[in-house]
Design a protein around this ligand. Sequence first.
Ligand code: AMP
Length: 171
Amino acid sequence: MEQLRQIIRDVPDFPKEGIVFKDITPLLSDPASFRKAINLMAEPLAEREFDAIIGIESRGFIFAAALAYELNKGQILVRKPGKLPADTVQVTYDLEYGSDILEMHADAIESGQRIVIVDDVLATGGTARGVADLVEKVGGKVEAFSFLIELDFLKGRERIADYEIQSVLNY
Ligand code: AMP
């Protein structure tokens, strides 16, 4: 765990002044660290019953894809506007540096399906909250959230307090 913590690079003042960006690219380029990260994220999810995994564009895709493969689940993409080709549903949400829109295919989730939502970092929780709203809008159920990193001091957890939240590294 300490090894994972050390390989994640802090980049101060990115993308703007005052934000310390958690750069996961050194972790991704180290096979042992990436494997360890996926195993630690997969472990608690393996015990849960659910139907599919959502990855949030774009770093969320990396972790969601590996978890979907490992846990033998399908992956659903939540993307920035204009990227998905078929009919979409949208959500507008707030984030640490501004506000944004995310989209998902309108037929990606069947009513009642249980979904695990995956991203690299839980910061203010605005993105996570938005994606949970998107899942519920189409009749899905949020089984759990899984993050590699949780920035405790931004209190993102409070915005998704009604859901199960798993994170590997807390800062
Ligand atoms: P939030 O909506 O504030 O929880 O932000 C979550 C999204 O923004 C995630 O997709 C993260 O990849 C990204 N993000 C926010 N803050 C940081 C940070 N300090 N370091 C790295 N990624 C971040």
